[in-house]
Every structure is written in structure tokens, then in C-alpha cells.
Design a protein around this ligand. Structure first.
Ligand code: NI
Length: 194
């Protein structure tokens, strides 16, 4: 147990609908713990069970202080609209802009069986919607207005053909490196891999 492998979009499991959890048994609790660990290890803001190959309605979100460990999460109400910059741990190398509700009210069951009702807005609302989409086999690329490829932090394979459009030639240190990183994060420097 612990950190699990994150499957990527070649895996058909990401396109399937996850089953409702009817009993919170030990396997579900371990799955929930592992999702938290795996999300943190991957430096993501959220993670859903299908992303580790399990078709059960379990997902985790942590945007700020509060960690949400969610069994059978549902959006009960939504309001407004925001255009969010998103990436996904299961769709490496791509980012897109997606219309999401500005505010949502989400309910879910915690691993201890208690029910949570959460009102959320901004990036956390985006994260809830993105993870619940995963439980229905939907990826952000299905909804994105525009999709662009971004450099993943570890790969330098594209560095040779990085178009010089923004990259000023200035000899300042590691301009290219900084450009790459800024692609994966929002203007505020938050990571948006969900
Ligand atoms: Ni995702």
C-alpha cells in the first residue's frame, strides 16, 4: 500500500464510469489513504480512484489547508462560471482552459462514514468538478476550449525544438527552464494538476 501508479490517457480505464461505494470497508479506506499519498507525491491538487486504476467513486482534493477525502462525491448545486487553466496528472504534457462553475456545493461521505457538505469557490471548486468528472470517465481535454502542449518538468526531450517566440535571447540564467515551469502553473504560481 502507499503510493500507487497513476495511469495515463492511453488507459481505457480513465473512460469508464466508476461504481458507487455501498460499503466503506478496509479496502476503500486504504484506497482513500493511498490516493492522498499519491496525490501529495505527485504534487497534485486532486486525484480520483480511476487514475490509479480503481473504478470506485472515491477522490481526494486538497487546494488549501483542508483535505477532502471523498466517497461518492456529488455536485449538489453550482453557480456562476470561471475559465480555469487545468492540467491533469493522467494527461501529462497537456494543459487547457475549461469553463467551470465559479461556486459549487458538494456533498460526500468521509471514510469514517460521516457526511460532509462543502461550499467552495475558485480553484477548489474547479478541483471538485475535475475529480468528479474523472469518476464519470470525463477528462478535462473533453471540455477544454483550447489545449496546448506543455513541457513536463522532467523531460528535456522537447528542448531542442522549443520555438523561440517568447524566449528572449538574453543571456540571463536558465530562461528556458523558467518558461517551462511557468507553463505548468497558474499566474499565481499555483500548481493546477488535478
Ligand atoms: Ni485529472
Amino acid at each position: 500500500m502507499g503510493i500507487r501508479n497513476i495511469v495515463t490517457n492511453e488507459d481505457p480505464i480513465l473512460r469508464k464510469k466508476s461504481r458507487v461505494v455501498t460499503e466503506i470497508n478496509e479496502r476503500i479506506k486504504i484506497l482513500a489513504e493511498d490516493l492522498v499519498e499519491t496525490m501529495r507525491e505527485a504534487d497534485g491538487l486532486g486525484l480520483a480512484a480511476p487514475q490509479v486504476g480503481v473504478l470506485r467513486r472515491v477522490a481526494v482534493v486538497q487546494v488549501g489547508e483542508e483535505l477532502h477525502v471523498m466517497i461518492n462525491p456529488e455536485v449538489k448545486e453550482s453557480e456562476g462560471e470561471q475559465l480555469s487553466d487545468e492540467g491533469c496528472l493522467s494527461v501529462p504534457g497537456l494543459a487547457g482552459r475549461v469553463y467551470r462553475p465559479l461556486k459549487v456545493r458538494v456533498s460526500y461521505t468521509r471514510p469514517d462514514g460521516s457526511v460532509a457538505e462543502v461550499e467552495s469557490e475558485g480553484l477548489e471548486a474547479v478541483a471538485f468538478c475535475h475529480e468528479i468528472d474523472h469518476l464519470d470517465g470525463i477528462l478535462f481535454t473533453d471540455k477544454a476550449e483550447e489545449i496546448k502542449s506543455v513541457h513536463s518538468e522532467d523531460s528535456d526531450e522537447d528542448s531542442d525544438k522549443s520555438s523561440g517566440e517568447d524566449a528572449d535571447e538574453a543571456g540571463d540564467k536558465s530562461v528556458g527552464e523558467e518558461d517551462k515551469l511557468s507553463d505548468g502553473v497558474s499566474e499565481e504560481g499555483e500548481r493546477r494538476e488535478l
